[in-house]
Write a protein that binds this ligand. Structure first.
Ligand SMILES: C[S@@+](CC[C@H](N)C(=O)[O-])C[C@H]1O[C@@H](n2cnc3c(N)ncnc32)[C@H](O)[C@@H]1O
Length: 271
């Protein structure tokens, strides 16, 4: 008989929670995400990411999808064009308001919206062939969330998580007078899945993210959104940095930096 592997004794869920607690990048509420909705819907950010992720989804045998943390519909709407039905779940009312605008504009009528948080009961959310959670696993209970995804899937799951643990580029991090502690990155999820008996495939996507900012205040506010209160010195440096950014045709200055995302994929299989 084969003995127990030591890795099974490590509580990756607890390690993940501890790293979340230490991280300089705090948890976001639905009100925080509401404030991001207009910008995301405007198509700022990284459309290259959407294209890269959609190209990697295997929809063989799939007629339905559940998109968790769907935001303004940047993935749910293109998926609705090729599937019979897409269930789009998010806890931010503003994200869902923009999803509705974008859905109508795209002329699709097969997206069912669920305004729910990860921690709510998902009793009313039907199982779907493919379950996707793209960049929306900002949860405290990682194992609980991955199990919830797995339970809702009939065929396969996809989750993208940050690789590297910083949502700001090195150039901006260097302007902050603090030791920045990373967010827990994807490797916790790989291990939690392993302990659930799920063998996830891991692939990587790179995107060049970045939003446009109408003013230095706007830019400083976005950094504050990520890391919390800033000192006067940090704010002054960030304003100076902002003024050196290139101005685009719409008058905004755009801060761009590279992101690396881990794409975890797994088949439902018998459990
Ligand atoms: C970074 S955006 C990702 C949007 C889209 N999936 C994408 O990859 O472009 C994160 C989304 O997850 C949602 N979200 C974050 N935490 C959540 C939670 N606890 N429950 C439900 N939705 C959540 C936010 O409202 C936001 O729309």
């Amino acid at each position: 008989m084969l003995g127990k592997d030591l890795i099974q004794e490590i509580d990756f869920g607890a390690l993940y929670r501890e790293q979340c607690r230490r991280s300089s990048f705090g948890a976001r509420t639905s009100a925080d995400w509401d404030r991001r909705a207009e910008r995301r819907s405007r198509g700022e950010g990284d459309r290259d990411y959407d294209r890269a992720l959609l190209a990697r989804l295997d929809l063989t045998g799939a007629r339905t999808a559940l998109d968790i943390g769907c935001g303004t519909g940047n993935l749910a709407i293109p998926l609705a064009k090729v599937l019979r039905k897409v269930h789009a779940l998010d806890f931010s009312p503003e994200m869902l308001r923009y999803l509705e605008i974008n859905r109508k504009r795209a002329g699709v009528d097969n997206v069912v919206v669920h305004r729910l948080a990860w921690t709510d009961s998902w009793k009313g959310v039907p199982a779907a062939d493919v379950v996707i959670c793209s960049r929306a696993l900002g949860v405290e209970d990682l194992r609980g969330a991955l199990e919830k995804m797995h339970r809702k899937a009939k065929v396969r799951c996809y989750a993208t998580l940050h690789a590297g643990g910083s949502y700001l580029g090195e150039d901006v991090l260097a302007l902050l007078d603090r030791n920045m502690e990373p967010r827990p990155d994807y490797v916790y999820a790989v291990n939690v899945l392993y302990q659930m008996g799920v063998k996830a495939r891991v692939d990587f996507l790179r995107s060049r993210g970045g939003l446009g900012y109408a003013s230095a205040e706007d830019f400083v506010g976005a950094v504050r959104w990520r890391v919390g209160a800033l000192s006067r010195k940090e704010e002054a440096r960030l304003r100076k940095f902002y003024r050196a950014l290139p101005r685009e045709a719409d008058g905004r200055r755009r801060y761009r930096h590279d992101f690396e995302w881990a794409l975890l994929a797994w088949e439902k299989g018998p459990r």
